[in-house]
Write a protein that binds this ligand. Sequence first.
Ligand code: ZN
Length: 257
Amino acid sequence: MRASGAKNDGVLGAPELVKQTWLKHAFGTRHADPDFSPRQWTAVRLKQFHSDLIRVVSAPDAETHLRGDAMITADPGVALMVAAADCLPVLLADPENRVVAAIHAGWRGTLKRITQKTVGAMRAHFGCDPEKIVAAFGPAIQVCCLEVGMEVVDDFRTQFVYSDELFDKLDPVNPALVMLPRQHLTGGHAVMRDLEDRHAFLSLEEANSRQLMDAGVANARIFRSGVCTKCRADLLHSYRREGPGMGQQRSAIGITG
Ligand SMILES: [Zn+2]
């Protein structure tokens, strides 16, 4: 990940998307929001609620206060803008059909497969070929810091056959114990209480990469930033570090024409 333009304007960009001259994109930081001038762009934002609701939007939607966590457009001049403090911003672009999408994917949206479903919606609405789609992840809380309880691990296990590959340190003390499904833990309350104290670390980048690949996007076309919002206090806001009332990063993508 690097500064998005020749000048250092405080935002970040993905090289794979910078190459796409028909679009503009940026991942904001605590120092700067993406610069999409209202003279040239209509910015569409959603009321995000950690859902898997995907909206196909156009300029009038800037005024409609739609709820949802992913947007798709084929209209030039529409900037799709998502906000996140630890959740993963995902930007997608189909160079062949000139369609773009922006996704807000925290662990809840990831569990609901929002990224996989957004590629499906691009295919259904605009005939996008997933193999042509370029994807970029912005800064998010990374596997170093995204500690979750075992109930989240269990939720992922109900949804993804590869779920255990998405977590690090499933149990640093006793992997054998925690790797057991809960229903096998019939050893009494002490074991259950022990289990509830345990935690693991989720990789949103790995989870969303898997979803993109399951949807048909080529691994080589997925750009992973690896930049952690919680670790990089100098650069980024983080809910987990700052708590409620934290600032948010804005990420945006739009078709220039
Ligand atoms: Zn971190």
